[in-house]
Design a protein around this ligand. Structure first.
Ligand SMILES: *Cc1c(COP(=O)(O)O)cnc(C)c1O
Length: 411
């Protein structure tokens, strides 16, 4: 028998009552009334909380969980996460302002990014956040600014490792990279630290993103821990923190499956035990963006028109690529595949048809679903794009064609 691919990635998680998706303990129809207009993004607080609990249950005890806020910088989401994670990783001063508004102490916030301006570094030093240093030039500038401000800056050294996170959606370490300091140059730089007026926190190793292969993740974690042990020999003072990155992915497309956290957790146990025997004073952190929030978020728009063109059915909606670039297939996808999409107010309908869902923009790139089998829908129905809690609105070209911005809510 020929095995057919599933129509979409796993998407169970939101409850269904009657014919309607439930979000944040409320029917989608009522939620849309509450928001007052479409399109909108909704993030489910409970699902975010459950995701953090799942990580804590499976990962070795004592591992610190950091939220990489570029995945979803909505202030309410960041506030919620700040209460249940151990730190926040930021990549700009704009993000720093949101992170500093939370209950987290500044020393729980770390600032990465390959091109930090001196004005940004001054803000970060004054705020007391840890700066993940990405070059020797940056390190020297931080020392100078610290002296000028009369504040001792806190720094961690970001390492570009000599390995990569295999089968990653996006590789950010290994080979020639603009991120971090090549590991070959790290010993010299670490020795230099002894003579500089700095508060040395530790190392940051981030090798990649959107990975669904637990063996590849475990291999990168092991190599990162071993690299930490190796580099510790060159440090003038013990490191307090080793951030080994994350890269945990979520399933977006047909055929993809969720990561098995139990497998990752079990295999991490002995690695962490060995690491602690070597470096008992060092905390280990992992930083995750997408994995914490992606599956807790949906994008909702409404059908404005049902058009049939030469036999092909188009549902034209009030939302599209200007709000959700990733679902349109234009955010780094080589071959376009469909995100999980549903008709949110027709969850149980058995009457189905194959449709393409497009947005209001005058470009064929404005596509939310291509030839998907969905419940037969009419004008006014709700199109819901699942797996939309990460890299949604903030990576989308909202100014393109100048349509109104969508609302964002945490429920
Ligand atoms: C983007 C980024 C992350 C988050 O990656 P996810 O795939 O969303 O988990 C973490 N750390 C650094 C340094 C990043 O640049």
């Amino acid at each position: 028998m020929k095995k057919t691919l599933p129509e979409h990635a796993p998407m169970e998680g939101f409850a269904v009552q009657g014919n309607c998706l439930q979000v944040g303990g409320m029917s989608l129809i009522r939620l849309a009334e509450r928001v007052g207009s479409t399109p909108f993004y909704a993030y489910d607080r409970q699902r975010i909380t459950e995701r953090i609990a799942l990580l804590r249950r499976h990962l070795p005890e004592g591992i610190l969980l950091h939220y990489a806020m570029k995945a979803n910088p909505m202030p309410a989401v960041v506030q919620h996460l700040a209460r249940i994670v151990d730190g926040i990783d930021i990549a700009s001063v704009g993000e720093m302002k949101v992170a500093l508004d939370t209950i987290l102490a500044p020393d729980k916030i770390s600032f990465a990014g390959p091109g930090k301006r001196s004005s940004e570094l001054r803000c970060a030093i004054a705020a007391g956040v840890t700066i993940n240093v990405e070059s020797e030039q940056e390190l020297r500038m931080i020392v100078k600014l610290g002296e000028h401000l009369g504040i001792t800056p806190s720094v961690a050294i970001r390492i570009n490792p000599d390995f990569e996170l295999k089968s990653s959606g996006m590789k950010m370490g290994g080979g020639a990279k603009s991120f971090g300091i090549d590991v070959e140059q790290a010993p010299k730089l670490l020795k230099l630290l002894a003579s500089l007026k700095l508060n040395f926190v530790g190392l940051h190793i981030f090798s990649g993103s959107q990975n669904l292969n637990s063996a590849a993740i475990l291999e990168a974690q092991l190599k990162s821990l071993q690299l930490g042990i190796r580099l510790a020999q060159h440090m003038p003072i013990p490191m307090r923190l080793l951030n080994i990155g994350g890269g945990f992915g979520v399933p977006y497309f047909p055929g993809e499956e969720r990561l098995d956290l139990a497998v990752i957790g079990e295999n991490m146990q002995p690695m962490i035990r060995t690491f602690r025997e070597q470096l008992p004073e060092t905390f280990v952190a992992i930083e995750l963006g997408r994995y914490m929030v992606a599956e807790a978020g949906i994008y909702v728009c409404r059908i404005l028109e049902r058009k049939v063109s030469r036999g092909k059915i188009f549902l034209i909606t009030d939302g599209g690529m200007h709000h959700h670039l990733a679902a349109s297939g234009n955010l780094g996808q080589v071959i376009r595949k469909n995100f999980p999409v549903i008709i949110g107010n027709r969850m149980q309908d058995t009457d189905k048809e194959v449709v393409s869902i497009v947005g209001p923009l005058c470009t064929p790139l404005d596509l939310l679903a291509e030839e998907m089998m969905l419940s037969k829908a009419v004008v006014g129905d709700f199109v819901v794009v699942l797996q939309s809690g990460a890299y949604g609105l903030s990576v989308s070209p909202t100014a393109f064609l100048n349509h109104p911005l969508p609302e964002e809510i945490l429920v």
